[in-house]
Structure formats: structure tokens, C-alpha cells
Design a binder for this molecule. Structure first.
Ligand SMILES: Nc1ncnc2c1ncn2[C@@H]1O[C@H](COP(=O)(O)OP(=O)(O)OP(=O)(O)O)[C@@H](O)[C@H]1O
Ligand SMILES: [Mg+2]
Length: 498
């Protein structure tokens, strides 16, 4: 006999004209690790935000352990045992790690009106260690941490109060394998203790490995729930998109040809932190993969290639010997870049979809030096349709788009700008499988048009599936090179990674 922890009935939520949830029924039982899957914009984060007290539903009823439940805020939900690790950045900049962990709970450490910092830091260290994180110093400013470590702080905060229900919204895509393992073991431990977990992800392999049941949403409606033995990839995919996905997922050929011309030459780059004398060449019409562990230096190399960061030695130069040391030079030379840290570094979160897409193309669409909004909109509209970006219109502010749709906006920007060189750091992060397939096809099409792509990725299958050549980095250096072939395996790459 299963015990119902959460029961949501007839949940409706609209945002203006957007029907985010249209009468969803959802139950979660004790001990379950319930996967939640669906296309970008299907309502997953909205449903979980309602359960976690971020905002109320327009109508419908919630029950927690059989009792009516209407959380007034995230903190209130947490007090009642429902905690969520949000999809976007959930830590507060400008304060320390320990303060982030205990925000709203400072009273715990107060003595005669003063916060006992020593006790707070000790408690923070304990909270981090409890989830297996020992490399983060609770005394430092949160801003000194990278995206992944900030996520881990959020995880520690969410589980600190031993919630009865833990919601994990697309957290794993931001994490390396080590970070993922932390989340997986937490989920399993919670499940054994009879708690309930809701686990949102676009990664089917991960869902199949970790979830004990799976609920599929489409267009704000619940399509169905599969028991573990019914969870088959083909069934899941067609429930998600409402049709069979046809055609190749990755590119279908294995010849791996590209031009001889070097379009981007990274020479002897040292950054004084991780990278040590890295040299590599990107060729015309090449998809060059860059793989490795998250701290291998591959993300840093991408930033240097676009001029976001500058090397202390070495240089990045184009075919005509122009040196790239600033993003605006890179943009002028039709180089595009997608940062792994999308919301902070790639998007203007309070600007509209069309402003975001048109940004680097503004010089191209000026007429007699004037910017006409209709030109900007037309450019964006073409991309909205091509990538099926889900938004009420291109005038919608990007902040209100679902995670995957934000990622599409960044991608669209560089397509619209007709970039000749694309540096893509985890470009398919958070996008659903249908869109992922479309992005892969688009990347391949760009290659066949002679454009060059540097694909930085933590997904080995993606590297093997898409690249002409793969360079594996380790400890800030190139540690292995592989040509495209039908027999290349993930195992081959892993050997050079660790
Ligand atoms: N605060 C908001 N204001 C306006 N629209 C919103 C808001 N939050 C969500 N939406 C819209 O509601 C719909 C559902 O969004 P939601 O974030 O729940 O999708 P999702 O399933 O989590 O997608 P993803 O996989 O991309 O994260 C989308 O069309 C989104 O643009
Ligand atoms: Mg979401």
C-alpha cells in the first residue's frame, strides 16, 4: 500500500495568455523518485514551483499528507517539508556561502541580538559535508564560486531541514559527473527513508537510471505516468512530443572531412590558472569537439577563444592574423559564443526575445544609421519559427521563458548573426530531445556550409555523435586527439580524461 505524500488536483496556472498548466492531476508517493519530463515549456517548472510555494495556482487543490496545503512562500513550503532546487541560479550574490546556506534562519545563530558567525560557519561546513562536499569554504563570498559549486551550495541548503519532499529541477545538467553523483545518492537515500523526490531532467539515460516512475507533461497537460518497467525510451519520446521522432539524432555520416584552412589558431595559451601551453587549430568546415572533466580547462579555453578572458601567454588569432582579445572584436569577425553560464553571461534577462536575438546583428540591420524595431522583430521572428522558441511573442521578456527556450534564444542570436565561427559551450543544456535533434541538424548544416564549430561538451555521446575531431583535455592540457569514426567509443575518450 503506497502512502500519498502530495496530491495535486485540477491545477490551473496561466501567465497572461500562456496556459502553463491546464488542469493537472499529480500525486507523489512515499519512497518514489518520480521523474518529470516534457518538452521545453510544457509546464514542469511551473508545476513544481506551485508545489514549492514559489507562487500559487490560479485554481485547483493541493494536499500534503492528506491535509489541505497552500504554501505562501518557498520558506513556508520548506517549513512544511517541501524543498526545491530551482532550475536557475538560486543563490544570492554579494553574500558569503554560509549566509546563503542559512538565509532566513539567522536567528538560529543569534545570541543577544548578534549573529554568532563562528557557529554559523561551523554549521555551514557540516551541512556541506553532509552531502559529500568538502572543497567549498563557507567563509568565502558566493561570487567566488563557479556555477557548479553554487548549485552544490543550493543542494546543501535544500536538504538541510531534512525535507519530506525534495524537488530537483534540471539541476544535473549544470553539474559534472561528481556533482551528479552527489544528487543521485541523495535521491536514493531519501527514497529509502520513505521521502518523495520529483526529478526533472531532459536526459533520458539519467531518468532511466535513477527514477522509479515517470510522469510526462505536454503543453500544460498530464499525458500519463509510467511505472519503472514501462519506461522505454521510444514510448517516453512519443508521449512527450505526441509523434514519433524520425531521422537521425546526431549526424549520420562518418567521413569526418573538413577544410585545410585554419580559421582559428589557439597558440600556446596559458591563463595563469588552469591552462598550460595549449595549442589547437580549428579548420574551415570543421566540428571540433573539446571534452574533458569540468575542471580540465575546456570551459576556460572557450572563454579565451572568444576574448572574454585573456591569456597571460599565447594568443588566439584568425586566418588573417588578427588577434582576438575582446568579445566585441570576436563579434565583429563573426564569431559567436554560448557560455555555459547562460543567465549570467549570455542573456540580457530583462530585455525581450527580439532584443536578445538581434543584439550582435544591430550594425547589420540599421537603415541609414537608424534602428527600426520592425527590422529587429523580423530577424527575431524568423529564428523564433526556425527553432520553435516558445514565447507569447518576440516582444516577451526573456526572464519569463522556460529554461530550454532561453537556451534557444542564445543559439538563435548567433545563427541570425551568420556566425562563421561558433564556440558552443554545452549548447544543448536543458533543451528537450526534439529541439536537441534540431540543433544537431543545424550545427551539421552550418558545417556543410563551410562554417567552423568548436563544441565544448561534457556529454561524450554528443561529441562522438557530432564531431569531426575530438580533443580531450586534462589538467589544462590537450591529452588526446581522436578522429571521427564509427568505432570510437566513450571508453576511448574516458581513458584520456582521467
Ligand atoms: N513567470 C512567468 N511569466 C510568464 N510566463 C511564464 C512564467 N513562467 C513560465 N512561463 C511560461 O509558462 C510555460 C511553461 O513554462 P515552464 O517553465 O513550466 O516550462 P518547463 O517545462 O519547465 O520547460 P523547460 O524544460 O524549458 O525548463 C512556458 O511557456 C513559459 O514561457
Ligand atoms: Mg523548467
Amino acid at each position: 500500500m503506497s502512502t500519498e505524500l502530495i496530491n495535486a488536483e485540477q491545477i490551473v496556472k496561466n501567465f497572461g495568455l500562456t496556459k502553463a498548466l491546464q488542469g493537472v492531476h499529480f500525486t507523489l508517493n512515499a519512497g518514489e523518485i518520480r521523474g518529470l519530463i516534457g518538452e521545453n515549456g510544457s509546464g514542469k517548472s511551473t508545476l513544481c514551483s506551485i508545489l514549492a510555494g514559489v507562487y500559487p495556482a490560479d485554481s485547483g487543490q493541493l494536499y500534503l499528507n492528506g491535509q489541505p496545503y497552500s504554501p505562501t512562500s518557498m520558506i513556508d513550503a520548506q517549513r512544511q517539508g517541501v524543498a526545491m532546487i530551482v532550475q536557475e541560479m538560486g543563490t544570492i550574490s554579494g553574500i558569503r556561502v554560509a549566509d546563503n546556506l542559512f538565509v532566513g534562519k539567522e536567528k538560529m545563530f543569534a545570541k543577544a541580538g548578534l549573529v554568532n558567525r563562528k557557529a554559523m560557519v561551523a554549521a555551514a561546513r557540516k551541512a556541506l559535508t553532509a552531502i559529500g562536499v568538502t572543497h567549498i569554504d563557507p567563509r568565502i563570498m558566493i561570487d567566488e564560486l563557479n556555477f557548479e559549486d553554487r548549485k552544490l551550495v543550493e543542494v546543501a541548503r535544500a536538504v538541510y531541514d531534512r525535507p519530506q519532499i525534495l524537488i530537483v529541477d534540471e539541476t544535473t545538467t549544470a553539474l559534472s559527473q561528481q556533482g551528479r553523483d552527489i544528487i543521485y545518492s541523495l535521491c536514493r537515500r531519501f527514497s529509502e527513508q520513505g521521502k518523495g523526490i520529483i526529478f526533472i531532467s531532459h536526459d533520458l539515460d539519467e531518468i532511466l537510471e535513477i527514477c522509479t516512475a515517470l510522469t510526462v507533461l505536454r503543453d500544460g497537460m498530464l499525458i500519463g505516468t509510467l511505472a519503472q518497467e514501462e519506461m522505454k525510451p521510444d514510448v517516453i519520446k512519443s508521449m512527450m512530443v505526441g509523434r514519433e521522432l524520425i531521422g537521425d539524432y546526431y549526424r549520420g555520416d562518418f567521413d569526418g572531412q573538413y577544410g585545410e584552412k585554419v580559421v582559428l589558431n589557439i597558440e600556446n595559451v596559458t591563463d595563469g590558472r588552469i591552462l598550460k601551453n595549449v595549442s589547437l587549430q580549428l579548420h574551415e568546415g570543421e566540428i571540433l569537439g573539446l571534452g574533458g572533466l569540468t575542471d580540465s580547462g575546456m570551459h576556460e579555453l572557450g572563454r579565451i577563444a572568444f576574448g572574454v578572458d585573456r591569456p597571460v601567454h599565447g594568443r588566439v588569432e584568425l586566418a588573417d592574423k588578427t588577434i582576438i582579445s575582446q568579445p566585441h572584436e570576436a563579434i565583429k569577425r563573426r564569431i559567436g559564443y554560448i557560455s555555459k553560464n547562460r543567465d549570467q553571461e549570455s542573456l540580457m534577462i530583462t530585455a525581450t526575445v527580439s532584443e536578445n536575438i538581434a543584439l550582435p546583428s544591430l550594425p547589420d540591420i540599421l537603415q541609414s544609421g537608424l534602428l527600426f524595431r520592425k527590422n529587429e522583430r523580423r530577424l527575431a521572428e524568423t529564428q523564433r519559427q526556425a527553432l520553435s522558441i516558445k514565447c507569447s511573442s518576440v516582444d516577451q521578456v526573456v526572464r519569463y521563458l522556460s529554461g530550454g527556450n532561453k537556451q534557444k534564444v542564445v543559439f538563435a542570436r548567433w545563427i541570425a548573426h551568420q556566425s562563421q565561427i561558433l564556440i558552443l559551450d554545452c549548447p544543448t543544456r536543458g533543451v528537450d530531445i526534439g529541439v536537441k535533434q534540431a540543433m544537431y541538424q543545424l550545427i551539421y548544416k552550418l558545417k556543410t556550409e563551410g562554417r567552423s564549430i568548436m563544441l565544448i561538451s561534457e556529454e561524450l555521446a554528443e561529441l562522438i555523435g557530432m564531431c569531426d575531431r575530438i580533443i580531450i583535455m586534462k589538467n589544462g592540457q590537450c591529452n588526446g586527439e581522436f578522429r571521427r569514426s564509427a568505432t570510437l567509443s566513450e571508453h576511448d575518450l574516458i581513458e584520456s580524461m582521467i
